[in-house]
Design a protein around this ligand. Structure first.
Ligand SMILES: [Zn+2]
Length: 184
């Protein structure tokens, strides 16, 4: 189990190491993967798995190497692929880095499903949010904005970090800028 603070710290170390400009993109995350000797494979999977959901991404470590697989299906948005990529990197840094064997598949179902993987999914999602929308960068931005409402700021931030407006709202809710009881 990794604490919330540790997830943030691990993501921050990567942000510091690569010193990327924001927003992040597939190319920048590929550099992070390469730095860990992970092969990144984009492949169009349009088949459906047993639980009726299609593969979004996977992390595999075996005697042939380390692999992150991203579903490159044109029906999935670039932002979604980017989030999936960051999520798989989260599994790697938080759950698999020191393992010689690891296999995990993500479908729309696993992002939400109720199983023993739940906590790992939550952590990988938290890592992805931290990597794509770092808390410190958001805090810096919000501090300088006194006139706009949080909803206007949220839209601006979504553009700056190239994430969906809903992803940014969840992030701001998580960081305490948007009240927990808000629905969007
Ligand atoms: Zn996952």
């Amino acid at each position: 189990m990794v604490t919330k603070e540790n997830v943030e710290k691990i993501a921050e170390q990567i942000i510091d190491r690569y010193n990327f400009d924001y927003p992040l993109n597939i190319e920048k995350l590929t550099k992070v993967a390469k730095g860990e000797d992970i092969n990144v494979i984009f492949s169009n999977f349009d088949y459906f798995l047993e639980d009726n959901s299609s593969l979004e991404g996977a992390l595999i470590i075996n005697d042939k190497g380390k692999f992150i697989i991203i579903n490159d299906n044109p029906h999935l948005s670039e932002r979604r692929k980017l989030f999936t990529f960051a999520h798989e990197l989260g599994h790697y840094f938080l759950h698999a880095k020191d393992k010689s064997k690891f296999e995990h598949q993500d479908t729309i179902g696993t992002f939400r499903r109720d199983s023993h993987w739940d906590f790992f999914e939550y952590e990988a999602n938290q890592f992805a949010a931290e990597l794509l929308m770092p808390r410190k960068k958001i805090e810096e931005f919000v501090k300088g904005r006194k006139k706009e409402t949080i909803w206007m700021i949220s839209d601006l931030l979504a553009k700056i970090f190239n994430v969906s407006s809903i992803a940014m709202k969840y992030r701001l809710k998580n960081l305490g800028y948007i009240p927990q009881e808000s629905y969007f």
